[in-house]
Design a protein around this ligand. Structure first.
Ligand SMILES: CC/C=C/CC(=O)SCCNC(=O)CCNC(=O)[C@H](O)C(C)(C)COP(=O)(O)OP(=O)(O)OC[C@H]1O[C@@H](n2cnc3c(N)ncnc32)[C@H](O)[C@@H]1OP(=O)(O)O
Length: 725
């Protein structure tokens, strides 16, 4: 049964029971209406409590139903109206989550009681839609427009204690919310419910409301660049102000329909499910997430307390895993300790605000200079800077101090895991973890399997990622793994566009207007141009190792742009030096100004190399940069480094500022049409055979040849391909 009913004296308790998250699917809506109808008719029932089984009220509408006809059966809002109209008081007992339609259902109830650990919210905006079951109409009526907008536009999960302060919840309890709701229900039997029916109230307004909402639209346009759902949310809330409820509901419906037609909800829902699917990892050997048991990680160590190590140590402590943090000398240890303690204090403040005792959630971090103290930990994350020799030296030490079954992780953004694993006695226990900075905040984790990494090690690292609240993607071991590997051809195209006549701000603007958080030049300035320069120097692409007589714009017969090297040779490393592709007010400044010096250098460069200036159109800029990413994405799939397009998309959405409303780079390719991507790449490659990264990938050609199957079928084609190679 999708919903059950029991009786506690005069109170009927209706419980949604639809694992895993009590989504309000068609069977649930039917069952709720049936149980509710019977409770309403039953004269022995004087009040009703609505609850969710297994400690979760409800995660809202069943997202999988959106593209089916099931949504049309009984609408959520019809059900909510029935509940709100009840003459018997209805109390929502919120445990776990009441999200989206779940909160909308609770808002239709006359009272709401929540457990202190629960969260409520209207996160629809995060899946490209708006709360369309009365949420944009009832919430402003309950807590006013500014507070409602803040909750709706950001789609945030509001902790129960904050929800109580905002007025969303009537009562927060430490214990069982259902028992507390039953008590409240008994108390309010026979009371007047008129004011508790939110749809009958008016939204508090003031003369500045319209201009407040106009400003909100302008802000949202800037903040969410191209995402339509936040704007629709504001317009729906606007429709609630001083208007009858029915008017607003009609507007909600219209906005939902127009949003659906933009394609953004479908892209964001693909992104939502992809994030869940990547947890269901598979290994080329046949090992899978559901057949391998992870080992528990009760204690962990972090080596190196630079930016990455601090974030990782904080992340572990936040997940209640005691940490031993190790540095090489007393001074570094002291600096690291201060930084980690600062981060932990901020976490403790957040917990206190949520009414939670930090001591029960945050595990201790112990700081040390001695490797011997790592002898008992279950897992080590080495997070020293990117240098294979240094990492190998540390792993040699770990081999002699750690217990033989300790898992050893190396945090790297692209070094060879196998080379590091080879210096240990148990390469099967070694795995790469590529955290993103700041590691205590960024959600993405690339988990990199080496040749010998065991399935148990993979399962343990993936589970640890989940415990840390990360979205973890299992990838294969190749230089730069997935995320950074794709950046190479993308940045190359951006550099070539400069050579041919564009300026950094032209290229960045096109990609930022497309929705990418930061264009390639602003991104490089932020990351530090010296990082790539050092790597190119080591590879012999620039610096003293380049053979005398090598043409400036060629390496090994392929096109090469020396422009970024030229900037670095002049000490222009980006934001940190106050100069890079842009000019900043001061070293460390954040506001990028187009730099006349860069323009001048580009003019001179083009003259020196006899390059005719041909500024590219926005369409060409977009295609060249984005299709370069897509093509490398197909190569990553061919090489078996990522196991499906979703993996690449999750990495780009969560680590590289790709707009989620475009689904991901591979999803975007599927919406543009693979045939078109192939044509553009083929044309470009014909004109520039010296840019091998733009040679269309075999898999792309194959998918076009088999009739461009939908993205969910690409995995099968990859499988066939890998078997044939
Ligand atoms: C008229 C239309 C009106 C619509 C209003 C709406 O209600 S739209 C939906 C709004 N709700 C949400 O956006 C909530 C989405 N879910 C979450 O944020 C999280 O899943 C959670 C509820 C916070 C639970 O997180 P947790 O990390 O514990 O679990 P998972 O995220 O891994 O989810 C477990 C499985 O449940 C599936 N799932 C979650 N929410 C929904 C949903 N609303 N509909 C359908 N399925 C949902 C999720 O896909 C997981 O499935 P698996 O098959 O196990 O991977």
């Amino acid at each position: 049964m999708a919903a059950t009913r029991s009786l506690s004296h005069t109170v009927a308790v209706i419980t949604i029971n639809y694992p895993p998250v009590n989504a309000l699917s068609s069977p649930v809506r039917h069952a709720l209406i049936k149980e509710f109808g019977e409770a309403t008719k039953d004269p022995s029932v004087k009040a009703i409590v609505l609850a969710g089984a297994n400690g979760k009220f409800s995660a809202g509408a069943d997202i999988r139903e959106f593209s089916t006809s099931a949504l049309k059966t009984i609408s959520l809002e019809d059900m909510n109206e029935t509940i709100e109209a009840s003459r018997k008081p209805v109390v929502a007992a919120i445990e776990g989550v009441a999200l989206g339609g779940g909160l909308e259902l609770a808002l239709a109830c006359h009272y709401r009681v929540a457990n202190v650990q629960s969260r409520v919210g209207l996160p629809e905006v995060l899946i490209g839609i708006l709360p369309a079951a009365g949420g944009t109409q009832r919430l402003p009526r309950l807590i006013g427009v500014p507070a409602a907008l803040d909750v709706i536009i950001r789609g945030r999960h509001v902790p129960a204690t904050e929800a109580l302060q905002l007025g969303i919840i009537d009562e927060v309890v430490q214990g069982n919310a259902v028992n507390a709701a039953i008590l409240l229900a008994r108390k309010v039997i026979g009371s007047n419910l008129d004011k508790r029916r939110l749809s009958t109230n008016y939204v508090p307004s003031n003369p500045n409301m319209e201009s407040f909402l106009d400003t909100a639209v302008e802000k949202a346009k800037k903040q969410f660049r191209g995402a339509q759902a936040p704007i629709a949310c504001i317009e729906a809330v606007r429709a609630s102000v001083q208007k009858p409820y029915k008017h607003g509901i009609e507007k909600e419906r219209q906005l939902f329909t127009s949003l659906w037609a933009t394609g953004q909800p479908q892209a964001q829902q693909y992104a939502f499910f992809s994030e869940r699917n990547v947890a269901k990892w598979t290994h080329p050997s046949g090992g899978r997430w559901d057949t391998v048991t992870p080992k528990p990680v009760r204690t962990a160590a972090v080596i190196g307390l630079g930016t990455m190590g601090r974030g990782i140590a904080t992340s572990l402590a936040k997940a209640n895993i005691p940490v031993i943090a190790l540095e090489q000398d007393a001074q570094q240890l002291e600096i690291g300790k201060k930084a980690v303690n600062g981060l932990l204090e901020r976490e403790a403040e957040k917990l206190l605000k949520q009414g939670l005792a930090p001591g029960t959630v945050l595990a201790p971090v112990h700081f040390t200079l001695h490797f011997a103290e790592l002898r008992d930990v279950d897992l080590v994350i080495e997070a020293v800077y990117e240098n294979t020799e240094l990492k190998k030296e540390i792993f040699r030490k770990l081999k002699s101090v750690c217990k033989p079954d300790a898992f050893l992780c190396t945090n790297t953004s692209g070094l060879n895991i196998d080379e590091i694993a080879a210096v240990t006695n148990h390469p099967d226990l070694v795995i790469g973890t590529h955290f993103f900075s700041p590691a205590n905040i960024m959600r993405l984790l690339e988990v990199v399997r080496g040749q010998q990494t065991s399935l148990t090690t993979i399962a343990t690292a993936m589970t640890l990622g989940k415990t840390l609240g990360k979205v973890s993607v299992l990838v294969g071991n190749c230089p730069l793994f997935v995320g950074n590997r794709l950046l190479g051809p993308y940045v190359d195209q951006a550099n070539y566009l400069l050579e041919e006549g564009c300026y950094p701000e032209d290229v960045d603007k096109v990609l930022e207007d497309f929705g990418i958080t930061m264009g390639p030049f602003r991104m490089m300035d932020l990351a530090g141009l010296d990082v790539g320069w050092r790597a190119r120097t080591e590879k012999g692409l620039t610096g003293n190792k380049v053979l005398h007589g090598t043409p400036a714009r060629q390496r090994l017969g392929n096109r090469y742009s020396p422009l970024p090297d030229m900037l670095c040779e002049l000490g222009r490393f980006g934001q940190k030096t106050g100069k890079g592709w842009y000019l900043y007010d001061k070293p460390g400044g954040r506001i990028a100004h187009p730099d006349p010096w860069v323009k001048d250098v580009l003019h001179k460069y083009r003259n020196t190399h006899h390059i005719k200036q041909r500024p590219a159109s926005p369409e060409v800029i977009l295609e060249r940069c984005v299709y370069a990413l897509i093509n490398e994405g197909f190569r990553v799939l061919e090489d078996g480094i990522a196991s499906g397009p979703e993996d690449i998309d999750v990495i780009y959405n969560n680590g590289y500022g790709w707009p989620k409303y475009r689904g991901g780079i591979m999803y975007y390719a599927s919406t543009v049409g693979l045939g078109k991507v192939l044509d553009v790449l083929e044309k470009y490659h014909k004109e520039h055979p010296d840019v091998p990264s733009m040679k269309p990938a075999f898999l792309l050609k194959k998918l076009v040849a088999v009739g461009e199957p939908p993205i969910k079928e690409w995995r099968t084609q990859v499988g066939n391909l890998v078997h044939k190679l």
